[in-house]
Write a protein that binds this ligand. Structure first.
Ligand code: NAD
Length: 543
């Protein structure tokens, strides 16, 4: 088909409110009931065929009610992963040759299906499997994934239509080739949108993919795969393999045709994958692209001029630290508050924190649910026990844990005098907010110290009304965060508005949901054509 089709201009998907009795509540509740009554096999999908992994079984449970099994997966075996790589390679030629607008159409159709009939299913799966409140599921599984789909189509179009300078007599153009080989997408438990975007962004640019979701996100990943099939994604373009990733590390990472890894998860896992690539560097056909968004120790720093913003600062801290049980990579986990405003903030913050209800997310009145699994619970419980026993720390809110029904960790605030304490440096990935109170005149020193004390540089926020102080803080914190906020919480980046990612130990900062990211999944070829080539080898200066 000829014709330079302009793709639809994207707009952010509107977030629904889920007020009691609304149609969206009725729809999501019906799906919660349905998904809870089923117990499917959560399969691999290889070359368009669903099949059980060849390894050990693993139950996927509700974190807030761990006795309830939502489905069972079998770990993908090395043979399954080998088949998935072969399927991706076999599907490569046809997918690459399909015009960008046709590939884009699959994503646009998936976006509309998700905005419409599939919305309650993916939201309900995310609520049950990952223990998200309905609002947290809506902004993730529905809105952010829809935005990734629609905006990436537009960013890709921009990349493909970029012009090169062509002086008279010649024509220069790009051929944005998909990478040679397959892309490996390894995705985290905490965002259904990221899990969908990591295989889809390279696929949009013409790559074929092996996708390994987190086992604790497998329920929503299962329904994401079904959504893509309905949208018309050809078999083999994205091949889903289940399990903990051991077989993927053994088979796909050292594979000669590995063209890139698109990863989001912990810093340790990414470093391990990078090291494996390094060990195998002589075996690959090309240099694999390594794109990874990893951990954070995200800060909120208040200037003494934030005294007129106490209620706002309090709300931002509570939402930033305790939404989704502190399990966002961008979650506020350390706050620096001037002594002059702490007395007004402290009681309000403690009261709001103790008011938070974590419980069964199917009860929409709850603010949040449980932490993701036994490992996360045990880690958080151990951290809280250590803080309780530490004379340098005072727990001023929360501190309770209870795993009888679900993996519940109370939202916890710990005050600590030593700004070099572990609570200001280590990512716990739990609802634990560390607070350091400082003498007002030390503000600049505190900012400088906070900028470098943790190995991460993902998100942060500065609060205040004094404009020169805010400007100086932004400068001092220039390399401390890839996404920084003024008078806002450090979470909630929106596709098309705040492209997301951090540097240092937080990742390669390739900004998911932007043209920067899509550029990593193409290998440009430049074509120069001369319309009337010279007939003479000699130059004018030769007389
Ligand atoms: P994780 O590192 O435990 O797991 C991530 C993925 O890697 C999962 O699919 C897991 O099964 C897989 N994996 C683990 N070991 C593997 C191995 N040896 N070989 C192959 N695959 C392997 O992370 P998680 O607990 O799922 O997610 C939480 C982490 O993700 C936090 O550190 C958080 O900060 C980070 N995160 C970062 C961003 C960001 O944009 N920067 C976004 C979301 C989450």
């Amino acid at each position: 088909m000829d014709g330079l089709a302009a793709l639809p201009h994207p707009r952010n998907e509107l977030v629904r409110d889920y007020v009691p009795g609304s149609p969206e509540v009725v729809a999501v509740q019906a799906e919660l009931v349905r998904l809870r009554s089923e117990r499917p096999e959560l399969t691999c999908t290889i070359a368009g065929q669903q099949r059980s992994g060849g390894g050990e079984p693993l139950d996927v449970v509700e974190p807030h009610n761990h006795a309830h099994v939502l489905g069972t997966l079998h770990q993908a075996s090395p043979a399954d992963v080998g088949d998935a790589v072969d399927a991706a390679l076999a599907a490569g030629a046809a997918w690459r040759e399909l015009h960008y607008t046709e590939r884009a159409a699959v994503l646009l159709r998936a976006a509309d299906l998700l905005a419409g009939p599939r919305r309650p299913t993916l939201n309900a799966a995310t609520m049950l499997g990952q223990s998200k409140s309905v609002f947290q599921a809506e902004i993730d599984a529905a809105c952010e994934l829809i935005d990734f789909l629609r905006f990436n189509v537009s960013f890709g179009e921009r990349l493909l239509t970029e012009r090169l300078n062509s002086p008279p007599g010649s024509w220069n153009r790009f051929d944005h080739r998909p990478l040679e080989g397959f892309v490996l997408a390894i995705t985290p438990f905490n965002f259904t949108a990221i899990a969908g975007n990591l295989p889809l962004a390279p696929a949009l640019m013409g790559n074929t993919v092996v996708w390994k979701p987190s086992p604790t996100q497998q329920l929503a990943a299962h329904y994401t795969m079904r959504l893509l099939e309905t949208a018309g994604l050809p078999p083999g373009v994205i091949n889903l393999v289940t399990g903990d990733g051991v077989a993927v590390s053994q088979v796909a990472v050292p594979h000669r045709d590995l063209a890139g890894i698109h990863f989001t998860g912990s810093t340790g896992t990414f470093q391990q994958l990078w090291a494996t690539v390094g060990e195998n560097i002589g075996r690959y056909r090309g240099y694999p692209r390594l794109v990874g968004e990893t951990g954070g120790k995200d800060f909120v720093i208040a200037h003494p001029s934030a005294g007129g913003l106490i209620e706002e600062l309090c709300a931002a801290l509570v939402r930033g630290a305790f939404e989704y049980q502190g399990q966002k990579c961008s979650a506020a986990s350390r706050a620096y508050i001037p002594r002059s405003i702490w007395p007004q903030l402290r009681d309000r913050l403690v009261a709001a924190t103790e008011d938070i209800s974590y419980g069964n997310v199917a009860d929409l009145k709850n603010f949040g649910g449980a932490v993701i699994d036994r490992r996360a619970y045990d880690r958080a419980a151990a951290v809280i026990a250590a803080l309780r026993a530490d004379p340098a720390c005072r727990i001023i809110a929360g501190g309770g844990v209870d795993d009888r029904v679900g993996y519940f960790v109370q939202p916890t605030i710990v005050e600590c005098d030593d700004p070099e304490h572990d609570v200001f440096m280590t990512e716990y990935f739990a609802p634990i907010l560390a607070v350091h109170i400082f003498a007002d005149p030390r503000y600049d020193d505190v900012v400088a110290q906070a900028a470098d004390v943790a190995p991460y540089a993902l998100t942060g926020a500065v609060w205040g009304a004094d404009r020169p102080a805010i400007a100086a803080s932004l400068q001092a914190l220039r390399y401390a965060a890839g996404n920084i906020y003024v008078n806002d919480k450090p979470t909630g980046a929106t596709v098309g508005q705040q492209p997301f990612g951090g540097a240092r130990a937080s990742g390669t900062n390739d900004k998911a949901g932007s043209g920067f990211n899509l550029m990593r999944w193409v290998s440009p070829r430049v074509i120069k054509e001369t319309f009337v080539p010279s007939r003479d080898y000699r130059y004018p200066h030769m007389g």
